[in-house]
Write a protein that binds this ligand. Structure first.
Ligand SMILES: NC(=O)c1ccc[n+]([C@@H]2O[C@H](COP(=O)([O-])OP(=O)(O)OC[C@H]3O[C@@H](n4cnc5c(N)ncnc54)[C@H](O)[C@@H]3O)[C@@H](O)[C@H]2O)c1
Length: 440
């Protein structure tokens, strides 16, 4: 049988059944996009809570409204399951499982390994597998391919294998799954053509590259580019502070150059599932080739030091007011790793709270999106969000703006709090009592 032709026809007339493995920040928007285009989708997740919620029509991601999930359930096009034996029902399987770092700062490939083993058990002729999880160049060919070919099927002939990185930017009002161009790298030209055809049904523009390695590398280049440039402005922020120059003003000035410059902004440290982690997938792989990725290491070092730097700035500011960090009541504003989202993964706020505790400060926090700080591998903080009030702000020694959520009234915060450490330039439009603000 000509598997490629049959699959191409199924993709063409939208009768191809899609399996999405891992229904998190990446997988769930993808499910929605496929069903919007009338594809039948089976969603797989090992988390029974997620499976139950989806089948009840409920959302668990803040920026995906419950109404959308209700409509998804009512469409009859979607079902969530934890039963891997149903993978053979899918014509195209998309893998969106986590790729964190392990204890030694190396890639934790266990999620990809487990998922690929499960797919291999039921892999059949005519299936297309797309890996979307961010990973080092070589993963698709070195880890997935041997598992899939072990049973005798041949990639490019019997089944099709591609890498297509996800570029989801949660909460972005302009760019979404449909209008963000999608890179596709196939193991063979036929794999690439089928991958491009599949994604071409749900995104406005597919960018086909010659291999999975090129696609894997492209994704890490994008995130390394951000990490390195953020580290650069973080370093220059520290220098500018010594020179009594406002780095934000400097960046705004430089941004007026219409070519050859792109603004990046300093902050309290890197957060999220991607930028602090992905570059280390590449540096780990580079070591195999006896190659040192200097920029990645240096950027990592500078960005990792930012939480300690902003806490030191708080210490200096308190000191100049005749106070010290020990026993100071410090209110951390914003725990999410970026504004207006409910995600705390790798958030620098958690590291900052640990530093504050080490210095003997009493820590409170407020975040409209995070009622309680979830326990994660590195941090077990057991703190609940304190409601903001004038009384609270007057009772503290300092507030630290770590995440500049839109809901905050910065004029009011500066009016009521005795000292405000601003790591995001969130108080730029505050006109009165500016002597209470310290940029860090
Ligand atoms: N979140 C982003 O903005 C973003 C952007 C680009 C790329 N990525 C990459 O996409 C991948 C997924 O990230 P995410 O943010 O969606 O993670 P996530 O943690 O939100 O979701 C992953 C999901 O996979 C499930 N899962 C774990 N093991 C599984 C298994 N064996 N079988 C089935 N399900 C399993 C988890 O329960 C979870 O629901 C990662 O490689 C990440 O680096 C994420």
């Amino acid at each position: 049988m000509d598997y490629a032709r049959v699959l191409a026809m199924k993709i063409q007339d939208h009768s191809a059944r899609i399996g999405v493995i891992g229904l998190g920040y990446v997988g769930l928007p993808l499910v929605l996009r496929f069903t919007e285009e009338r594809f039948h989708v089976l969603g797989f997740d090992i988390d029974p809570v997620k499976v139950e919620k989806l089948n009840r029509g409920e959302s668990y991601i803040k920026h995906i409204p419950g109404e959308k999930i209700r409509r998804l359930r009512d469409s009859g096009l979607f079902e969530a399951t934890a039963d891997y034996s149903r993978l053979s029902d899918a014509d195209a399987i998309v893998i969106c499982v986590p790729t964190p770092l392990d204890k030694n700062h190396g890639p934790d490939m266990s999620y990809i390994e487990i998922t690929s083993d499960e797919i291999a058990k039921t892999l059949r002729g005519g299936q297309l597998v797309s890996l979307e999880s961010t990973t080092y160049p070589g993963t698709t060919r070195e880890i997935l391919l041997p598992k899939f070919e072990r049973g005798g099927l041949k990639a490019g002939k019997d089944f099709f294998l591609i890498f297509s990185p996800e570029r989801e930017d949660p909460g972005n009002p302009v760019y979404n799954t449909k209008n963000i161009p999608k890179i596709v790298g196939g193991l063979t030209p036929r794999c690439r053509a089928l991958g491009a055809a599949l994604y071409g049904r749900i995104v406005d523009r597919v960018v086909a590259v010659s291999s999975p390695e090129a696609a894997e590398f492209a994704k890490i280049l994008e995130n390394t580019f951000r990490s390195v440039n953020i580290a650069l402005v973080n370093e220059l922020k520290m220098l500018a502070a010594r020179m009594n120059v406002d780095i934000w003003e400097v960046i705004e000035g430089a941004s007026s150059k219409p070519f050859g410059f792109m603004p990046f902004y300093p902050g309290p440290g890197l957060g999220g599932h991607c930028i602090p982690i992905d570059p280390f997938y590449l540096s780990w792989k580079a070591k195999e080739l006896n190659f040192n990725t200097h920029f990645i290491e240096l950027a990592g070092e500078i960005n990792t030091n930012m939480p300690a730097y902003v806490v030191a700035k708080l210490g200096e500011a308190l000191n100049s007011r005749g106070k010290c960090l020990k026993n100071a009541r410090v209110l951390v504003l914003g725990i999410a790793y970026k504004k207006d989202i409910d995600d705390t993964r790798e958030s620098p706020a958690l590291e900052i709270i640990e530093h504050l505790y080490e210095k003997g400060a009493k820590v409170l926090y407020n975040d409209p999106f995070i009622p309680k700080i979830p326990k994660v591998r590195k941090h077990d903080l057991d703190l609940k969000s304190t409601p903001l009030s004038a009384r609270l702000l007057k009772s503290i020694d300092a507030a630290m703006i770590i995440t500049d959520h839109s809901a905050y009234d910065y004029d009011w915060i500066v009016e009521k709090a005795p000292l405000v450490i601003d790591t995001r330039n969130a108080t730029r439009n505050v006109r009165t009592r500016r002597n209470r603000i310290v940029k860090a």
